[in-house]
Design a binder for this molecule. Structure first.
Ligand SMILES: [Zn+2]
Ligand SMILES: [Zn+2]
Length: 166
């Protein structure tokens, strides 16, 4: 996922890259190909890159334990400056200083990192996922179980029994 800055004309150019998720260094939750569309705009002081990444992933829901596939999407911007003194006012995480005006930009590392970040800490098959019944383990998305009506925390049921004994 590379392009040469020296041969890049002033103005806008678009690149597209496709790589196998494994080859791109992604972990095995990512399946298939990573597709990257990069819009690159070169001006005398800098090259602004806006990338859109699409990659399918096979995930396991943290609530119902179901495996599901989802296409992950992420966009990021990176600005490559020819000289450090031009970087003022831009967010630090979007700045890269190029070693020279004629060099090769390789976006593979950024693509890998941004792709990994598409997987949230808490994975849900659906934000409405009902999860598993805490008492009988039924997947409540598939069918409601009979425990639902008296769905008190089992610890409270123990306590209720104790209270009745008194
Ligand atoms: Zn779920
Ligand atoms: Zn149940």
């Amino acid at each position: 996922m590379k392009f040469n800055t020296g041969s890049l004309p002033i103005g806008v150019r678009e690149y597209s890259f496709v790589a196998d998720a494994g080859t791109a260094g992604l972990d095995d939750r990512f399946t298939g190909d990573v597709a990257v569309l990069a819009r690159v705009e070169k001006s005398p002081k800098m090259i602004e890159l806006k990338a859109t990444i699409r990659v399918p992933a096979k995930l396991v829901c943290d609530r119902c334990a179901r495996e599901f596939e989802k296409e992950m999407n992420v966009k990021y911007r990176m600005i490559y400056f020819f000289h450090e003194h031009d970087t003022g006012g831009y967010p630090e995480e979007e700045i890269t200083i190029l070693p020279s005006e004629n060099t090769v930009i390789d976006i593979s590392d950024d693509v890998r990192q941004y792709s990994q970040l598409t997987i949230p800490l808490k994975v849900l098959c659906d934000k409405e996922c009902k999860g598993l019944c805490r008492i009988c383990g039924t997947d409540l998305n598939v069918n409601p179980c009979s425990c639902v009506e008296s769905s008190t925390d089992p610890r409270w049921e123990q306590l209720n029994k104790l209270l009745k004994q008194k």
